[in-house]
Design a protein around this ligand. Structure first.
Ligand code: HSE
Length: 311
């Protein structure tokens, strides 16, 4: 019987101007899942370390994603034993639920002999995201599974493009230790936008992608601008404006809210600059009475990986 360890990365959804359509994977932090098939049918989450999460089937993104996969697999006598090691805190804005949902379906696919392709797996993982966000968005699970930077051209049908990600772009992330539920952060948003908002947003999104392809960091920097979502959600994040202004003044290309927050991320050219930007973030937050975690990472080019153990 095979037993595998799955490593599922944190992800940054939206990348400022691409609400629900852009996302990228980072090398740290990541979750680990230990999983094996069982002759006893059913999904059993035996241990969850690092976070308080429900083991109940209907309240767990892992079970919902796995159930979606098993429904399509159409064999009823399958069982899985699962242990989860959460390093990505729920409600952090860096794809905690996506790492769980995407990790479990990638692992299950391997244990079942790879019957599904990546688009199928993203669709199953999105069913887990439906629980966390109220809406099955794919901008965390797609980069978690595919790696790099991904663009969702269309949800119906699901059409996902892997974008060029320049090797020297690094990411600084600050995770204030407060929890913002994606579903709550989505409820704040308006259901309709104005032409005066749509036009600059489309310009920035298109120009960001052009900047990635041209490896033009100045263009990337000019395009990291969100006129639709950030002005509404920024109020939830302590010192958000100060983070943006000071990080950019010290050389960050730009950044904003990671997913639905509270994490804030900045992109920089090169590791040294990203470390400096992380220090700027730390200096700002060390003056607040709030715990935080900081990560400096390159973009993770491969998605979820897994290793086999012999039992
Ligand atoms: N695009 C989603 C949102 C990502 O911003 O609500 C959530 O991680």
């Amino acid at each position: 019987m095979k037993k595998i360890k799955i490593i599922a990365p944190a992800t940054i959804a939206n990348i400022v101007c691409g609400f629900d359509v852009l996302g990228l994977a980072v090398n740290i932090p990541n979750d680990e899942i230990i999983m094996k098939k069982s002759d006893d049918p059913g999904i059993r989450i035996n241990k969850i370390y690092g976070a308080k999460l429900s083991k109940k089937i209907k309240k767990n993104v892992i079970s919902l994603a796995l159930q979606a996969l098993l429904k399509k697999y159409k064999k009823s006598n399958i069982g899985f034993e699962i242990e989860i090691y959460k390093n990505i805190q729920p409600g952090s804005g860096i794809g905690s639920s996506a790492a769980s949902a995407a990790g479990i379906v990638v692992g299950a696919n391997y244990l079942l002999g790879n019957p599904f392709n990546k688009i199928d797996l993203i669709k199953f993982a999105m069913e887990g995201e439906r629980l966390a966000g109220g809406v099955p968005h794919a901008d965390n699970v797609a980069p978690a599974i595919m790696g790099g930077i991904t663009l969702i051209r269309s949800y119906k049908p699901l059409d996902i493009i892997s974008l060029r990600s320049p090797e020297n772009i690094w990411v600084s992330i600050i995770h204030p230790q407060i929890e913002i539920k994606t579903s709550d952060a989505r409820e704040l948003l308006k259901q309709q936008i104005l032409m005066t908002e749509a036009i600059p947003q489309l310009g920035n999104l298109a120009a960001l992608i052009a900047g990635l392809y041209k490896k033009d960091s100045n263009l990337i920097s000019r395009s990291l601008n969100d006129v639709i979502v950030e002005p509404i959600r920024a109020i939830l994040i302590p010192a958000f404006n100060e983070l943006k202004i000071k990080c950019k003044s010290r050389g960050a290309l730009g950044g904003g809210i990671s997913g639905s927050g509270p994490s804030v991320f900045m992109l920089s050219k090169g590791k040294n600059k990203a470390e400096l930007v992380s220090n700027v973030m730390e200096n700002i937050y060390s003056k607040l009475e709030l715990k935080y975690k900081i990560y400096t990472s390159s973009i993770k080019q491969t998605g979820i990986v897994y290793y086999e153990f012999k039992i």
